[in-house]
Design a protein. Structure first.
Length: 240
C-alpha cells in the first residue's frame, strides 16, 4: 500500500482537519484503515475535536480492529457484524468524550468522520458528516470517481456529526470491491468537485508513489484556492 496526502490551512489560521492511515500485514494480506476528520466549533475547539477522534481511532485499530482480522475462524458475515458493532461503539465513545470536553470547557466542538477499512477485496465504511470517500476506477484509460458516502449537510449546515449532534451513529457500508485506488477528503477539497478536472489531474496511472500522489493532490488544492475555496483543504489517496 502506498499513499500520499495534502494538508493545507487554506485561508484559515490553523487546520482543523485530521488524517490517519494505519496498516499491518496479516496472513491473508494487508489490513488498512484510513480516517479523515473535519473539526468544527471555532479554531481551537475544532482542531481539538478532530485530533481527539483520530487519536482514539489510532488506539482502536490495535485494541479492537486488529484482533478481529487475526481470528481466521470468523466467517465474512460474523466479521462484518463484529466490525459494525465495534465501530458503532467507537463512535459512541468519541461522542461521549467530546460531550465531556464541551461541558468542561464550556465550548462547542464537533467533527465529521469518514473511516475506510480494507482487507483483501473487502471494504467496511463508517461515515458521519460531509467529508467524503471516493472509490477510483479506470475505464479505457479514463479515471472515474464514485462517491461512496452521503453528505449529511443542508447547504453549509451539518445535520449529523460527532460532538455537536446527539445522532452519533454512523452510516455503515460494506462489500467486495476490485477497486485499488481510494480518496478520502474533507469538504474543502471536494466543495469544488469537477469530474473533468479530477480525471485529468488525478489519473490512476500518475499516482505511482507517495511523492507523486502528494504533489498531484497539492496541485488540485492550490487550484481550489485560486477558484475561491477558503476552508482547510485535506485529502489522502491510497493505492493498495
Amino acid at each position: 500500500m502506498v499513499f500520499g496526502y495534502v494538508y493545507e490551512d487554506g485561508l484559515r489560521r490553523n487546520n482543523q482537519d485530521a488524517l490517519l492511515v494505519r496498516s499491518t500485514k496479516l496472513s491473508q494480506g494487508e489490513l488498512v484503515m484510513a480516517v479523515v476528520c473535519d473539526g468544527m466549533g471555532g479554531e481551537e475547539y475544532g482542531e481539538q475535536a478532530s485530533y481527539e477522534c483520530v487519536q482514539y481511532l489510532d488506539c482502536w485499530f490495535d485494541r479492537e480492529l486488529l484482533p478481529v482480522f487475526m481470528n481466521e475462524h470468523y466467517t465474512f458475515y460474523e466479521k462484518r457484524k463484529i466490525i459494525r458493532t465495534k465501530g458503532n461503539s467507537a463512535f459512541y465513545q468519541i461522542n461521549q468524550k467530546l460531550f465531556h470536553m464541551m461541558r468542561k470547557h464550556m465550548g462547542r466542538m464537533g467533527t465529521t468522520v469518514s473511516m475506510l477499512i480494507l482487507y483483501g477485496n473487502n471494504y467496511y465504511l463508517f461515515h458521519l458528516g460531509d467529508s467524503r470517500v471516493y472509490f477510483v476506477h479506470s475505464v479505457f484509460g479514463k479515471t472515474y470517481f464514485k462517491q461512496k458516502t452521503t453528505d449529511h449537510a443542508v447547504g453549509h449546515r451539518l445535520r449529523r456529526c460527532l460532538g455537536l449532534n446527539k445522532d452519533y451513529r454512523p452510516d455503515f457500508d460494506y462489500g467486495i470491491t476490485t477497486c485499488k485506488n481510494f480518496v478520502l477528503c474533507t469538504d474543502g477539497f471536494s466543495n469544488l468537485f469537477d469530474p473533468n478536472i479530477w480525471s485529468v489531474c488525478l489519473t490512476t496511472k500518475s499516482m505511482t508513489d507517495s511523492g507523486r500522489i502528494s504533489r498531484r493532490l497539492k496541485e488540485l488544492a492550490e487550484d481550489n484556492l485560486r477558484r475561491g475555496e477558503t476552508d482547510n483543504i485535506s485529502a489522502l489517496w491510497m493505492k493498495v
